[in-house]
Design a binder for this molecule. Structure first.
Ligand SMILES: [Zn+2]
Length: 56
């Protein structure tokens, strides 16, 4: 399973025609890096949710 390195979402699009790029449908992240560890993804998601609250 692959996760977004920014928000921990698994809602990723794979865009191979852009050169092995992934795009996150939740936060808009786009890049070659993804997280494949569920625990790291969970921590990222928590941190992303927290920073989202501070902004709102
Ligand atoms: Zn994301």
């Amino acid at each position: 399973m692959k996760f977004c390195p920014k928000c921990g979402s698994k809602n990723l699009n794979y865009l191979p025609w852009l050169g092995e790029i992934y795009e996150c449908r939740d936060c808009g992240y786009r890049g070659p890096l993804v997280v494949e560890d569920g625990e790291i993804a969970e921590a990222l998601k928590k941190r992303y949710d927290d920073s989202d609250k501070e902004e709102g």
